[in-house]
Design a protein around this ligand. Sequence first.
Ligand SMILES: *[C@@H]1O[C@H](CO)[C@@H](O)[C@H](O)[C@H]1NC(C)=O
Ligand SMILES: *[C@@H]1O[C@H](CO)[C@@H](O)[C@H](O)[C@H]1NC(C)=O
Ligand SMILES: *[C@@H]1O[C@H](CO)[C@@H](O)[C@H](O)[C@H]1NC(C)=O
Length: 279
Amino acid sequence: MLHSSVVAVAALEGSDTVLPCALSTKQNLVQMLFDWRKKAPNKQEVFMYDEGCHYNNGLQGQDKLFRGRVSHFPEELESGNASIIIRNVRMADSGEYTCDFPRLQPEQTFIIKLVVECVLKDRSEEKSGAAPKPYTWILNTTEDRALLKCEVPGASPKPKVEWQDSDGNILPAEEPQVSYRGDRCYITLLTNVTKMKTNLLHCVATQEELCHVTHGEIYVHYHEKTGEFKSCSGVGVFIWGWVSGVLTVAAPLALFVAAKHIRKRGLLRENRDDPSKDP
Ligand SMILES: *[C@@H]1O[C@H](CO)[C@@H](O)[C@H](O)[C@H]1NC(C)=O
Ligand SMILES: *[C@@H]1O[C@H](CO)[C@@H](O)[C@H](O)[C@H]1NC(C)=O
Ligand SMILES: *[C@@H]1O[C@H](CO)[C@@H](O)[C@H](O)[C@H]1NC(C)=O
């Protein structure tokens, strides 16, 4: 068996990616057989072409992970090009692929190594341990500043938590306070905003390991007339107090859903000292 060198291909999660494989002889492949497999975990069948029959026109045997996502390039066959395209690549597509011409003498095998890089996004629905949306609220105020609090409940591994303004600039904050319950990490982060710096603020939690990012928002504004800071975020202290007291898994989940709902309803209302907010 003749081995060419390994070709490395990098792709971004969700993109369409060509895995290259072409005979240097440019031999016509229309009446040939070529077979693409993924080496690990179990030599899955990715794409097979056999004299015009292939996995997209009736040939059986394709691994279901690749069904409907892989095609060859019919117009390239005549010039010995057996490349394929995988659409919407996933993290799990990473690994070594072989492109085989078993009927050639000598038989030829090409090795293509695909590395799929993840895209930082909200994965709280799909990954256990991914940080839920942070809770944000005004803790207290003086005449010239408001102290904002952000709580990230129950994440693993430990997320990086930052306050950012609406342009994504990181705001100065105190050292985050970190505590653990089991392997779950609870983080509190305080920051001051002044009259000048009030606006839409984000508390951003990032877990590079999970490729996960999520954020809570709070809109803080200063009323010249009353000399008070106000916020429009809907979830307040009571939610957090509640979550803290509950150690089961189901309750915080239910709360999370409830919080989303409340957040929606409360979006346009002032929430400080609003008695109607009590559950
Ligand atoms: C084979 O075809 C693919 C898809 O059209 C193309 O990207 C690639 O450059 C071709 N390879 C060669 C060696 O022509
Ligand atoms: C505001 O909250 C912080 C943190 O809980 C506390 O240390 C501080 O004393 C409070 N300030 C006022 C004016 O209540
Ligand atoms: C907020 O401002 C107060 C008063 O200046 C200060 O004591 C406190 O440490 C500040 N907190 C943060 C998180 O910056």
